[in-house]
Design a protein around this ligand. Sequence first.
Ligand code: HEM
Length: 483
Amino acid sequence: LIIAVRITTKAVDVQQGNQKLPPGPYSWPIIGNLPHMLKGPHIYLTQLARSYGPLCSVKLGTHLFVIGSSPMAATEIMRAHDKLPTYRWVPKAGQDGLQDYSLIWATQCTDHWKLLRSLCRTELFSAKGLDLQSSLREKNVDKMVGFLKSKQGSLVNVRELVFASTVNILGNICFSKDFIDLDDDHKERRGLKRALYRLMKLGTTPNIADFYPRFEDPQGLKRKTSEAMNEAFGAWEHIIKERRATREAQKDTDSSDEQDFLDTMLGSGFSDLQINQLTVELFSGGTHSTASTIEWALAELIKNKEAMFALREELKREIGFTNYIKESQVSHLPYLHACVKETLRLHPPAPLLHPQAILEGCEIMKYTVPKNSQLIINVWAMGRDPNLWEDPLTFKPERFCDSNVDFKGQDFKFLPFGVGKRMCPGYPYAIKQIHLMLASLVQNFDWFLPNNIEDLSKLDMSENFGIISQRKKPLMVIPKCKC
Ligand code: HEM
């Protein structure tokens, strides 16, 4: 056993003929390094980067993964993407025949992918689109604050509540509908809520078929994913049907005003399949990620009293003592914005950017990367790298106050929304929502840990890796209204 451990921890510069692959640990026959990944791939891959350098490789089943963990490695990986034919690696459980209509799981930047990106950019995430949605966000955040006021003194599951509000905001933007009752019994999830949680859990489950192409669906994950997708479609099926009928009836009356994103999609001639696929991807890409960021930010602020105090001072100074905050009031609050950036640095919801496979071999940082390797950028490792950030494990929003570092894909040491052509299209939307919700939670309530725990170091900050990286345990705290 000792010999085995020593072999696995010894740096291996893999030689293949005259080629030198990026270094990495010894990989076992057949399984490669799969067992090491189980505790959290981003953590294991970060440890590897510390041992083997910013470009390293691991073998997972039959695939070679090359991981970049420094701005230089990320730049070179992106350069390879731009120069070479690549395709997005899609988990087998997500390959369900609807891929031609997919935005997230489009393997290549096809014409349909471009059409979907452009529709989302102009209708949902443009400055004009965001302005039109602001009253919907404000209304739902006010509802959340009102709900919390009714619960003051009791233990609240922040994740469930914030998640429900993010789903309802998107529900109103897409279908003019609230999908989740804030007072829902959290133990028994139903409908869209259950479907979105199931999709996230299924995305977290390692799938043998992803690493051994010979296997089709040994764990039934593809079937379960398809069931969860159908459950999500069922939540809005009747709305699409009714809306089609209404639009048909109004066809000759010249009164078919566009109300929501469903109208936009119908106006663009989308089939039900196209609508289902795009909306389920917007919901699954845009709700857990945003809710998780808000949950982490609040947890960090509760734990770091000085940062909480500084944020409260800024809110008091700039907004005053209003209970219900407007989006326009939080658009220029540097400390609030710094708190959100600091949260995304330490807790990026997507710690590893989706693998892209290269169809031709290339050289990256003087190493040979063979064709069909999967290239990954480890955002989590860069966010915690002491060579890039001073005191990297400490929550210090101040580091962003006098800095131009931003998340728009230009600063390669800070890529929570990705980079390049496949960068998150929803980031302007996500940021607006996170700022408004976080400001409202901090402005309106003092937060206490259960069981009169005063020692804030007892707040568990461990995390779980999945499609979205979340807190291991939901943030359970007691709000006390400041009104
Ligand atoms: C804090 C919130 C969010 C974070 C951190 C985040 C992060 C990301 C990242 C890193 C990617 C690129 C993945 C890759 O290249 O591997 C991505 C893609 C994507 N995100 Fe987000 N996202 C967030 C919110 C949203 C929201 C609110 C929406 C929509 C409502 C959204 C929709 C999408 C879509 C559709 C893609 C796929 C784009 C493509 O492949 O062309 N995201 N997101």
